[in-house]
Design a protein around this ligand. Structure first.
Ligand code: ADP
Ligand code: MG
Length: 232
């Protein structure tokens, strides 16, 4: 099992380096206390965690900020999605927010969410070009997980149509692509309204300087796991 995890020294803000939790080699090791999730995994028939999942779950389940770098198609979505029960149903309003660069990705994440996370979690997908009024109605009907492209979410936020204060689990998904698409200003504005004591997860296929800067600005003493090479 590949075990690539590092502290990125220039990301460190404070405190001692903590021991990395051991990677898991089975789904049970990670989710034995989350029976609803285990049932879904078994039903779908996945045989074992992907390398990035096996390293990411122990870190995110501990509540640590996490950077997960691995190429496209390696299972990063479930790496951040499955630990969500630690963050939902605690407050009035959504507990988890996933920011992702495109409508296609947002819809894909929504479908993974409906397949693998607990039944009963309400998930709303918010993206530019979608029916804005329908999105607003879905949010106000009560939602646990919001999956959004940055532009549309920023629009709803500015109009106070979404309760950002209840979010404790924030995912910056495909951070390299979000930066390439010029979403940094919207991300900045969105993050102004999210509580500073949140847990933040960032995923990316690559680790260029823009992504490192984003991580340094918005994550707290993160643990970083990666698969493959870090193309610096
Ligand atoms: P990434 O975000 O890294 O590009 P995805 O999260 O979209 O990749 O996953 C790619 C595909 O792999 C999806 O269809 C997903 O359902 C599948 N997948 C995720 N985890 C596993 C696993 N442990 N075993 C087999 N397939 C998996
Ligand atoms: Mg992805």
């Amino acid at each position: 099992q590949a075990n690539n995890n590092i502290f990125v020294d220039d990301l460190k803000e404070e405190g001692e380096k903590r021991p990395f939790p051991n990677p898991v080699s089975t789904f049970e090791e990670a989710f034995q206390h989350y029976p609803g999730i285990m049932e879904n995994i078994v039903r779908v028939g996945f045989s074992k965690p992907t390398p990035i999942q096996s390293q990411a779950w122990p870190v995110s389940l501990k509540g640590e900020d996490l950077i997960a770098i691995a190429q496209t198609g390696t299972g990063k979505t479930l790496a951040y999605l499955l630990p969500v029960p630690n963050h939902t149903g605690l407050r009035d309003g959504p507990g988890m927010l996933v920011l992702t660069p495109t409508r296609e990705l947002a819809l894909q994440i929504e479908s993974e969410c409906n397949k693998y996370s607990y039944k009963g979690f309400k998930c709303v997908c918010v993206y530019g070009g979608g029916d804005r009024w329908a999105q607003i109605k879905a949010i106000s009907a009560g939602v646990d997980i919001v999956i959004a492209t940055p532009g549309r979410l920023n629009d709803l936020q500015m109009n106070e149509l979404i309760n950002m204060r209840s979010i404790t689990y924030l995912v910056l998904d495909e951070a390299d692509r979000m930066l390439d698409m010029g979403f940094e200003p919207q991300i900045m504005k969105i993050l102004l309204d999210i509580r500073p004591d949140r847990q933040t997860i960032m995923t990316s296929a690559t680790w260029p300087s823009g992504v490192r800067r984003l991580a340094k600005t918005y994550l707290k003493n993160p643990m970083m796991v990666y698969v493959g090479t870090l193309d610096l």
